[in-house]
Design a protein around this ligand. Structure first.
Ligand code: 5AD
Ligand code: SF4
Length: 442
């Protein structure tokens, strides 16, 4: 039995693809292992969203080739870098045996068998088969209690900085019936929380809406949310949202279904209309603020998180100051801040990257500080509050520590035992830490 080690970088879609890759390989007679040094085969599921993420692949392959090991492993590259670079990877990074694009992962077992049989330099950048199996075996999920359910893949937006539309192709929505069936199966096997995932979930648009109409709501995504809520699964989260497609009926669906969680991840990217135009985001600062206002007006106390890029080509001091102002206005529960990273092949790559690396760092640090300030203000309402927390695992930091997420997607740590794992427990918040909350079970 050949031993396979699979390493995953990037977003939830990659994690989800990896879960299906593990499921398929285990089914086809391979042994999935956790210790890379013991592996006959090393698979790397790659991300190309920023240069640093892409670099991880080259560092890892270099390390594998030069390590002192009884036998050099077969190396397979999957995911976004595989899709974008294809066969050029064989020249660029010798040691790679095969390359499987983002939609070719369903053929991993066959490809791997060919590579083990001595065939070298196999590249498959093809499409998913029509009968591609989207299910994940329980044992290959990243958590026994939380499951990722892809609802849409690809992206049609072409924001000027972003490689995703090239790495993951055009949007394709999964049939609602398939999604609902998966959630029902997951519920039966003990999963408490599903995350509906996609690069832009709000533009969910299945070929046929049949069955969804009865759930009400104007947009297909809001109807899907109501349909998934109706499965009775304990908690439903979804990510990532896109301001231009974020319609009010999504908030209405959250308001009227307790199991649709009170957390929205809505990347804004910039607080300057000029920069947003140059990014081709299709929304203004004003439109974004109106969504935030509506989210805040909900009785559900919805947590809002975001992504922001600093140092986009042409971003002036004034543009950046507007981003700072917007972060203060929105009071995000947390934000992921990134320095702009030029991605070959994207429209922004052709723009002059005129914000110096030093200036990008200064803006990054400044915005991080602003975020810390608004975050601690925003979190100050939690001490004394009781949150429903899904106990997901043992926390590595403290003895008897349990770690989980609240419905508002905060990491919450508390003291507990194995008997709590997989349960939703009431935790009273005692303390706010930098990126988590600490509390006690009541
Ligand atoms: N440079 C920096 N950050 C980027 N992101 C996407 N593309 C780039 C890029 N070229 C960020 C965006 C996106 C998040 C997943 O990554 O903020 O929302
Ligand atoms: Fe990275 Fe984007 Fe690909 Fe996800 S879709 S792995 S974030 S490049």
């Amino acid at each position: 039995m050949k031993k396979v080690y699979l390493e995953t970088y990037g977003c939830q879609m990659n994690v989800s693809d990896s879960e299906r890759v593990s499921t398929a390989l285990a089914r086809d007679g391979f042994e999935m292992i956790d210790d890379e040094s013991d592996a006959d085969v090393v698979l790397i599921n790659t991300c190309s969203v920023r240069e640093k993420a892409e670099q991880k692949l080259y560092t890892q392959v270099g390390r594998l080739r030069h390590r002192k090991h009884r036998k050099k492993p077969i190396i397979g590259v999957l995911g976004c870098v595989a899709q974008l670079e294809g066969e050029t990877l064989f020249e660029r990074s010798p040691g790679i045996n095969f390359v499987l694009g983002t939609r070719a992962v369903g053929r991993v077992s066959d490809t791997l068998k060919q590579a083990l049989g001595g065939r070298n330099r196999i590249a498959d950048l093809g499409e998913r088969a029509d009968d591609y199996d989207w299910t994940v075996a329980d044992t290959h999920r990243h958590s026994p209690y939380v499951a990722f359910v892809p609802i849409i893949e690809g992206c049609n937006k072409f924001c000027t900085y972003c490689i995703v539309p090239f790495a993951r192709g055009r949007e394709r929505s999964l049939p609602a019936s398939e999604i609902v069936r998966q959630v029902l199966d997951l519920r039966r096997s003990g999963v408490r929380e599903v995350h509906l995932i996609g690069q832009n979930v709000n533009s969910y648009r299945p070929d046929s809406d049949s069955g969804l109409e009865m759930f009400g709501g104007r947009s297909p995504f809001s109807r899907l949310l109501r349909a998934v809520a109706a499965t009775g699964i304990e908690r439903v989260k979804f990510t990532t949202s896109f301001p231009r497609d974020f319609t009010d009926d999504i908030i209405d669906a959250i308001d009227s279904n307790e199991n649709l969680c009170n957390w929205v991840h809505l990347p804004v990217q910039s607080g300057s209309d000029r920069v947003l135009r140059s990014m081709k985001r299709g929304h203004t600062v004003d439109r974004y603020k109106r969504i935030i206002d509506k989210l805040k007006a909900s009785d559900r106390d919805i947590a809002i998180t975001t992504d922001i890029i600093v140092g986009f080509p042409g971003e002036s001091e004034k543009d950046f100051a507007e981003t700072v102002k917007l972060v203060e206005y929105c009071g995000f529960d947390s934000s992921y801040i990134f320095k702009y990273s030029p991605r070959p092949g994207t429209p922004a790559f052709e723009m002059e990257d005129d914000v110096t690396p030093a200036e990008k760092t200064i803006r990054f640090l400044e915005l991080e500080n602003v975020q810390k300030r608004v975050q601690s203000q925003r979190l100050s309402r939690y001490p004394g509050k009781v949150l429903k927390v899904l106990a997901e695992g043992r926390s590595t930091r403290t003895e008897n520590g349990i770690s989980g997420h609240s419905t508002c997607h905060k990491v919450v740590n508390f003291l507990g035992g194995d008997e709590h794992l997989g349960k939703v427990v009431d935790v009273r918040v005692k303390e706010i830490k930098a990126n988590s909350l600490f509390g006690e079970i009541i």
